[in-house]
Design a protein around this ligand. Structure first.
Ligand SMILES: [Zn+2]
Length: 202
């Protein structure tokens, strides 16, 4: 009698079981691979929103952290080292005079990178919910005297009032009416300070 197929031996049966098991494993791997590809594609699609690292200013950008005690003598601090030397020298001369009244200047901001200035402006936009209002308090990188090293913010409040009263002896002036802490070289030593601008936007 002709037999079209070989009898199923226990050995062949085992091979089939193995074959089916391997097939199932390959199918599972393929399914996992497709899932990974699809989720990968999804991750790539949302990457611009989730993976871009937001700018965060560092000392290299001129950041002086809140509470950090920085003086005009701090050469190793970029916010101080990158100031216009003429402004820094005038401020040092002023501080020498102010020291007679037991005052010292704490520098809260000096030179800033354009990126740091832009970041400050965007923070202000978020805070006030309006670019127009934000610009009254934070100048654009193109307009800010901090970016050129020609502006400096100081504290504490008694030092601010001292500079407002005596700064012109050194050519130093408050330049924005709404910023009691912000000073620039704006006249000759012993000269008269120009009329203040109302704010950074004017
Ligand atoms: Zn300032």
């Amino acid at each position: 009698m002709f037999r079209s197929s070989a009898p199923v031996t226990p050995s062949t049966s085992r091979r089939r079981v193995v074959f089916v098991a391997v097939g199932a494993a390959i199918a599972a791997l393929l399914a996992a691979l497709v899932t990974a590809m699809v989720s990968g594609a999804f991750a790539a699609a949302v990457a611009p929103l989730t993976r871009s690292v937001p700018f965060s200013p560092s000392a290299e950008d001129g950041l002086i952290a809140a509470g950090e005690m920085v003086t005009l003598a701090d050469d190793d601090v970029p916010a101080i080292a990158r100031l216009n030397p003429a402004l820094r020298e005038a401020m040092q001369d002023a501080e020498t005079d102010a020291a007679v009244e037991a005052l010292s200047f704490q520098i809260t901001s000096g030179w800033r990178s354009p990126e740091y200035q832009e970041w400050l402006l965007q923070e202000a936009v978020d805070l006030y919910g309006s670019e127009e209002v934000a610009r009254q308090f934070v100048a654009t990188p193109e307009r800010s005297t901090h970016v050129t090293g020609d502006g400096i913010d100081i504290g504490p409040i008694d030092a601010q009032f001292w500079l407002i009263e005596h700064g012109s002896r050194f050519g130093i002036c408050q330049t924005y009416a709404n910023e009691r802490w912000h000073f620039e070289l704006a006249t000759v030593p012993g000269g008269v300070c120009p009329e203040m601008r109302a704010d950074a936007a004017s």
